[in-house]
Design a protein around this ligand. Structure first.
Ligand SMILES: [Zn+2]
Length: 164
């Protein structure tokens, strides 16, 4: 039963479930061990050994390394302290000319570079496109999400976050 659940959840993470299979999983009451099973699946998928504390973003995890909480890509690239915006370590392509924007949008269907630019953030390790931003020129790099890891573990899971 648990084994079957884990397989189904693994297929869910891979995007392989039909809507009929997926809907009861995402909309129903969660099994009490859902978080742990998901973390087990994610840990088995990555090629490195540092313990995942929290999935952060597609391809990115907050992991425990020598007692520090750092952001790590599934390729193994380490972005450092999770409280520092991982995007500042990325390779970035800024599309701020009409020509670059029209590589993505039909003429007149995209933004005008005078008032908006597109920033694409790539992992320096595997060059996977991790995120994009459409912001006014000069706008600071957006910090997507700073989780309160200790509050999450203590208030939602009823235990302390792993520290080794
Ligand atoms: Zn990577």
């Amino acid at each position: 039963m648990v084994e079957h659940d884990k397989k189904t959840l693994a297929r869910m993470l891979d995007g392989d479930l039909s809507w009929e299979e997926l809907k009861p999983i995402v909309s129903g009451r969660k099994d009490p061990n859902r978080f742990d099973v998901i973390m087990e699946i994610l840990q088995e998928k990555v090629p490195w050994d540092e313990k995942i504390i929290l999935p952060l973003h597609e391809h990115l995890y907050i992991v425990l390394k020598n007692g520090e909480r750092i952001v790590k890509c599934d390729c193994g690239f380490e972005f450092g302290d999770y409280r520092v915006n991982w995007k500042t370590k990325c390779r970035v392509r800024v599309r701020d000319t009409m020509e670059q924007i029209e590589e993505l949008y039909l003429k007149y269907m995209g933004c005008h570079p005078d008032w908006m630019e597109l920033r694409e953030y790539f992992c320096p390790g595997c060059l996977t496109l991790l995120d994009t931003e459409s912001v006014p020129p000069g706008y600071p790099t957006v910090f997507n999400f700073l989780p309160d890891i200790d509050a999450f573990y203590e208030n939602w899971l009823g235990r302390k976050a792993p520290d080794k």
